[in-house]
Design a binder for this molecule. Structure first.
Ligand code: DGT
Ligand code: CA
Ligand code: CA
Ligand code: ZN
Length: 576
């Protein structure tokens, strides 16, 4: 059965389709608004339908009530199917290009008869798009860039998406009677933010049945190779997976090899040579070709053979982890169980899906001591940002909730305050001073040139009231590049002003990128791993943040939200 958010998704899609067909704006807005209403509907949908009370919900007109009811009852909607069939599917792909909304795509379709990405590419190459009213050279250049990126990006997958596919396969492999050991290696095991392909490794004496099972796994769209010891398949999302089967004695050598990274393996091979050994996925041999280490019973033993402690997969990027291991300087990486709370979250007051109470309840269930609420500020009007009056009301509401004793968790009042063009903030310092926690973020003017963007953010960092900077570079993985920024300078400013930098844990953001954290923590900058949750379930984004935080060598001491409530309050109150 379709749930509320799935139905809302279809209403949103209808709004987009109607815009492509050139429907009147009121009708389009009704569907988009209806989707929002449905997403935030507190009452049970079936009850509302059964009692005929759905049409009493503000924002749902007759036409929408009928369509929601049909979708809920039948899971289908002829109106939607027909609408969808009337539009070339390529148009929906074109909408995904940054800078191309339904209106522009409709113009391209109607004026230039463009119905697909390849036709769009051709029209751009011939300069026809630039000549179209409302487009111009700049827009055309942006579209060309967007098409290029989309093609390149479609080859890599978000870690969470890849993990969701890998999990049942790994589970299934381990159930097979032939399988002695099974692991997912490669970039998935190293917790990269994106995964090119999956790499499964199995120990089994008889690979045949394992290969048969793997290549006929539900969801496999195409078997691209099937051999004695290696097979490859492709799933509907385009993600590919390799499976290798090895004898048990070789398993941990192979696991180490196929976990990578390539750079790490190269460094390990150098280390082996220094010990008079040659290293490969087959194991360790003496240079005279005799087998030096015939069996490894764990990955620890592989490292030990080279005089090294075990190195966590997240660190295996060939960026000094072997030297650190030799010097006994490997960091004790932060773990999910170290997290005691989070700071940057939204409620229905701005663009969140769940109420303050629901968020508090969900955070408490996760065993946390505190939950920071940081709804948008007034300049983010598209996200229904709070003005001074509504923020004051929310502060009140949070104080009441805390005093009521309904939840043990402490809710911290806060704001995700907009950083304006010149680096000033959307609220006065006096109001910000009343909040427990202030997150300052950029949501506009992504195209400012590097120096101006850097100066803008540094001004916010220097503001006494700002505790942390949200999603530092604004990147959306596979979708939007970071805005131009001198991150070295930002890190220095954050260190000088004791401003925390957020590690936004939304799996599409993971911003600031893990590659910068070593530099930041060396300078003494603190990290806050924040889910930026817009619904209770999204509190679990924190796990994604911890994963890439570990890639950034973060220890629990360097992560602010591993501290207790008392410590956190003390630190937040440091500037008076
Ligand atoms: P991906 O799939 O692009 O997200 O990244 P990986 O790291 O999973 O790369 P993949 O699937 O090509 O190979 C898995 C691991 O196998 C890789 O991390 C290290 C090892 N490997 C693959 N090719 C080579 C190679 O040519 N030399 C060395 N030393 N190791 C390799
Ligand atoms: Ca891979
Ligand atoms: Ca691979
Ligand atoms: Zn934000």
């Amino acid at each position: 059965m379709m749930d509320k958010s799935e139905i809302a998704g279809i209403l949103d899609e209808i709004a987009t389709l109607l815009e492509l067909t050139g429907e009147n704006p009121f009708k389009i807005r009704a569907y988009a608004a209806g989707a929002r209403v449905l997403e935030t509907l507190a009452e049970d949908l079936d009850t509302l339908i059964a009692t005929g009370k759905l049409d009493e919900v503000p924002g749902l007109g007759e036409a929408l009530v009928e369509k929601i009811t049909t979708l809920r009852k039948t899971g289908k909607l002829p109106f939607y199917e027909k609408l969808k069939a009337s539009i070339p599917p390529g148009l929906l792909e074109m909408i995904k290009i940054p800078g191309l909304g339904p209106k522009k795509v409709r113009a391209l379709w109607k004026e230039l008869k463009i119905e697909s990405l390849s036709e769009l590419q051709k029209a751009c190459d011939e300069g026809r798009v630039a000549e179209l009213k409302g487009f111009g050279e700049k827009t055309q250049a942006k579209i060309i860039e967007g098409i290029k990126n989309q093609a390149a990006y479609s080859q890599r997958h978000l870690w969470v998406d890849a993990a969701a596919i890998a999990e049942p396969i790994l589970h299934g492999l381990r159930q097979l009677p032939e399988v002695e050991l099974a692991e997912a290696a490669g970039s998935l095991r190293r917790c990269r933010e994106t995964v090119g392909d999956l790499d499964f490794l199995v120990a089994a004496e008889n690979p045949g049945p394992v290969m048969d099972w793997f290549t006929s796994f539900p969801g496999v769209k195409e078997v691209t190779a099937k051999g004695e010891t290696k097979s490859s398949v492709r799933f509907a999302s385009g993600l590919q997976a390799d499976l290798r089967v090895v004898p048990l004695a070789q398993f941990y050598f192979a696991l180490h090899h196929f976990t990578g990274s390539k750079d790490h393996n190269v460094a390990m091979r150098h280390r082996a040579l220094a010990h008079g050994l040659s290293m490969s996925e087959w194991g360790l041999k003496s240079l005279d070709d005799s087998v030096a280490v015939p069996v490894a019973k764990s990955e620890e033993e592989v490292f030990r053979a080279l005089g090294l402690p075990w190195i966590p997969p997240e660190l295996r990027e060939g960026s000094g982890e072997i030297e650190a291991a030799l010097a006994h300087h490997l960091p004790r990486l932060v773990e999910m169980s170290d997290i005691k709370g989070v700071f940057h979250n939204h409620t229905t007051a701005s663009d969140g899906m769940d109420t303050l109470e629901k968020m508090a309840e969900a955070a408490e269930k996760r065993g946390w001591e505190y939950l920071g609420i940081a709804d948008h500020s007034k300049s983010s009007f598209q996200a229904h940002g709070l003005d001074e009056e509504r923020l004051a009301k929310q502060i009140d509401e949070i104080q009441k909730l805390n005093r009521s004793g309904k939840y043990k968790i402490r809710v911290l009042s806060g704001s995700e305050v907009d950083i304006l063009r010149d680096g000033s903030l959307d609220f006065d310092d006096d109001l910000l001073a009343e909040l427990d926690v202030v997150v300052a973020s950029v949501h506009t003017l992504f195209t400012l040139e590097r120096d101006a963007q850097t100066a803008r953010i540094i001004r916010a960092i220097e503001n006494e009231q700002v505790d942390m900077i949200g999603h530092l570079t604004g990147r959306l993985i596979n979708k939007r590049e970071p805005y131009a920024l001198d991150i070295d300078k930002i890190i220095d400013a954050a260190a000088a002003n004791e401003t925390i930098i957020e590690l936004n844990a939304n799996p599409r953001r993971l911003d600031m990128d893990w590659r910068w954290w070593r530099r930041a923590t060396e300078k003494g900058v603190l990290c806050a791993i924040n889910p930026d949750a817009h619904a209770t379930g999204e509190l679990d984004f924190v796990a994604s943040g911890v994963r890439v935080g570990r890639k950034g060598w973060l220890t629990s001491e360097q992560v602010f939200n591993t501290r207790s409530l008392a410590q956190v309050l003390k630190w937040l109150g440091r500037k008076g």
